[in-house]
Each structure stands twice: as structure tokens, then as C-alpha cells.
Design a protein around this ligand. Sequence first.
Ligand SMILES: [Fe+2]
Length: 243
Amino acid sequence: MSSIRHLASGYDVAPLAAQLDAHPEAWNRHTMRTDAYQTPHKSVDDIWVRYNAWANFTGDVQAFNAEHESSWYPVIADLPAAWSLARKVMRDVGGKRLGGVLITRIPPGGSVAPHVDTGWHAGYYEKFAVQIAGDEQQAFCFEDAELRPLPGDLYTFDNSLLHWVTNDSDAPRITLIVCVRRDRPMLQPDERIPFDMYFASLASMQVHPGAGTKEHRKLTLEECRDMALQMIAIRRAVAGKEN
Ligand SMILES: [Fe+2]
């Protein structure tokens, strides 16, 4: 599994950037992540857009971060573009359940220290990010790879591995992090050609929906996709790879 991977470009991030400019008061209403003792996120500003409802916080951080259903925070009324972008990411990556949505900002010269993210939420959801503001002097780093995303880029990363972020530019770095649970795993680079082969052969097949009838039809493209992904899962199991 690669630690960080660019997936797409061209997400329209201008509306969210404008809404963030218009609502400077939205930052740092919930500072559990950035205030904690020895947190790697000391120099970071946050907006919690969606997570465990704040009404469920009783003072017990561990209980609050345990298994829960996420809900939108009231700030979404001021930042509706975060909602739109998160829904678009869900659709584009085939998400089934939307978890937390977080906006982070690293100031010029700031950084996030090397760390791994632990806990139920970090482990349960896959991490996707849309770059809202960024440039090539900023880097999201893992031990084996790094990415320097530009505004509108979508990427995914594995936060169970050691990672850190640097901002050596003179502009803030702003990222929308969208946590998504999917039923079907994302293709690995060495699975794309097998997927295309399965997909092409399924798309050319005729199926017989009614036994004993002459009726036949082609599989729909969605059926071809789902069956090709099943073949990939079988291929992984046979090859002894983890999902
Ligand atoms: Fe992290």
C-alpha cells in the first residue's frame, strides 16, 4: 500500500477559499487536537466541520473519540462549500459512509511534526484530502514518498504510517480532510492492468438473466466494475496480499 497518492486534479476550491476568507472566526472553535500536551499539531489551525457531535463530549476525550456516527457541525452553515466538496469526494471515491471532515491550516514556516494517527476513527476511515491552498514549497511527507499538492488536487494517504507536513513557503497551507469508509478497496498501481482486463472481458460478455429463455443482455458497466473488483479481491486473496 503506497503511503500517499495523488488521485485527481481540478476540484473547484475557490468557493471554499472565499467562504474561509469571509469567516475568520470559524477557526479554532475546537482545540482538542491542537492544544493537547506534546501534540504534533501545535502550530496548526483547525475547523472541525464534521465529527462526533459536540453534545456528546462529557469531558472524557477517550470516550468522545471512540466509535461514533459523525454529524455536521454548525459551522457548515458558514462554509457550505466544505459540504459540497466532501459529498463530491464521497461520490468520486465510491464512499459508503462519511466520517469526519476537517479543515487544517499550517501557517507560513509552520509544520506538523512526525506522528502516526491512532484511535477508532483514524483506523476505520480512509483519508482523502482536497488541497484548498498550497504550493510547491509545501510537502506532505512519508518515509517512502512525499506529495506537494496544488489547489484543487485530490489525494489519499495512510495516516497509520509515520507522516509530517512542512510549509516552507510564505503562504498558508489549507487542506480539507475527508474521512471515508468504502466497501470496495481502492486499486493498487499493480492492479490497474488486471482490472482493465477483467473489465474489458466482462463488458464483452452476454449474460442470460432468465434460465430457459432466449433473452440475453450485456452486463451493465456498473455490474462489470463490481465483478472486476470482486476478481481483484480474489486475486489478492490468492496472492496472499492484504486488502
Ligand atoms: Fe496526521
